[in-house]
Design a protein around this ligand. Structure first.
Ligand code: PGA
Length: 245
């Protein structure tokens, strides 16, 4: 894993956006894997600004998101489909038909998982996957204990994850208890991974990732087995690193 240290959230967002923009210029038909949550919002803002100012085009880009809450339709303000439309897709020239997110309101979630996994495979897989990391080490919604061999699947959300995400909802009871997520195996098949880590609340997770063991009890640790991972982390997140342990 290669690590780029930056000053703060804004610099992380600029660097991550530039990384993506360069790839889109190089490979206009790139398949991007996208993430939700607070971490990538600034990156998406930078992509939008660049699209408006410099005309970077996403006309031929395909996007696959990591996950979606079960029980929420794409029109629900808390769904990740809604989030992606608002934070990125509505503001760039990507064809919405080429943006894919698991359907949280599909009647049979297991069938939806299989469909989503097949969809990614049918497109030749993800070229560049953007990831955040949960305080508990989750990537996507792969909570601690998830098998490294899992494909897209239904997951019961950790109480810590529901607490962390309650800030987006009226109250914690409204946070869904289940989600569909690309599996660890799905994520590991992407050709390249860009992991974004910002803030003091992530410093223990980053330390565990860099210095800890590879274990299913800390899902992000699997990334050490991936041949092409770049981490962009800000000072606050890096401050907890025991670099010489
Ligand atoms: P965050 O979430 O970006 O909102 O901190 C990251 C994650 O839970 O994967």
């Amino acid at each position: 894993m290669k690590m780029i240290e930056v000053q703060n959230y804004d610099e992380m967002s600029q660097k991550a956006a530039q990384y993506i923009i360069n790839k889109v210029h190089q490979y206009p038909t790139i398949k991007l894997g996208l993430a939700t949550g607070g971490t990538p919002v600034g990156t998406y803002k930078n992509l939008i600004q660049d699209h408006q100012q410099n005309g970077t085009s996403y006309r031929d880009v395909t996007a696959f998101n990591l996950d979606e809450y079960i029980g929420l339709s794409g029109n629900d303000k808390n769904s990740y489909r809604y989030f992606m439309n608002e934070q990125l897709f509505n503001h760039i020239d990507i064809d919405k038909n080429n943006t894919f997110i698991p359907r949280g309101d599909y009647k049979d979630s297991e069938v939806e998982c299989q469909r989503y996994e097949r969809l990614i495979a049918d497109h030749g897989g993800v070229d560049l996957q953007i990831l955040g990391i949960g305080g508990n080490g989750h990537i996507g919604f792969n909570e601690p204990g998830t098998s490294f061999h899992a494909n897209t699947h239904v997951i019961q959300l950790d109480s810590t994850t529901r607490e962390a995400n309650a800030r987006f909802f009226k109250n914690i009871e409204d946070v869904p208890t289940k989600a569909i997520t690309m599996g660890i195996s799905t994520i590991m098949r992407s050709k390249e991974i860009l992991l974004l880590v910002s803030g003091e609340s992530k410093k223990d997770a980053l330390d565990k990732l860099i210095n800890g063991e590879i274990s299913e009890s800390f899902p992000a640790s699997v990334l050490k087995n991936h041949p092409c991972v770049t981490i962009i982390a800000d000072k606050a997140a890096v401050s907890g690193l025991k670099l010489h342990s």
